[in-house]
Design a protein around this ligand. Structure first.
Ligand SMILES: [Zn+2]
Length: 133
């Protein structure tokens, strides 16, 4: 397995805790230290509902979406276990102001949104924006 960012071979260290259950990641330790998960939860109110937004990375670099894909699972599980009856889940690379306008026009009500990047600049000035954490 190779890192999706630097293309170096990923070496998995086996020990007693992972000998029977290996986790497969597509990012090496060095790149993960450079681009760690920085999960931000926010709520953007829209007409007829709200967007419950989780952004995963806080960087301006464009990375392969495959690099952090092993970390998406908790969001899918949270959606399926708690929100699938009340929300619509959408996964996009970067939330922009244009996306917010389009999601508002869809009139889907509550939206559970997961994005790779935090793409809206000065969002506190543009939207009635509440940060959960
Ligand atoms: Zn790497």
């Amino acid at each position: 397995m190779f890192c999706e960012i630097c293309r170096q071979k990923i070496i998995v260290r086996l020990h007693l805790m992972n000998i029977f259950r290996r986790e497969v990641h597509h990012i090496c330790e060095k790149c993960f230290r450079k681009y760690p998960l920085h999960v931000k939860e926010s709520i953007i109110p829209i007409d007829g509902g709200e967007i419950l937004w989780h952004s995963l990375l806080n960087t301006n670099d464009t990375l392969s979406p495959l690099a952090h894909m092993s970390f998406y699972q908790p969001f899918y599980i949270h959606f399926i276990q708690a929100l699938k009856k009340t929300h619509t889940m959408i996964f996009i690379e970067r939330l922009t102001e244009d996306w917010v306008i389009r999601l508002e026009q869809l009139n889907w009500g509550r939206i559970y949104l997961v994005t790779h990047y935090d793409g809206i600049k000065n969002k506190e000035d543009v939207y009635d924006f509440r940060s959960i954490r």
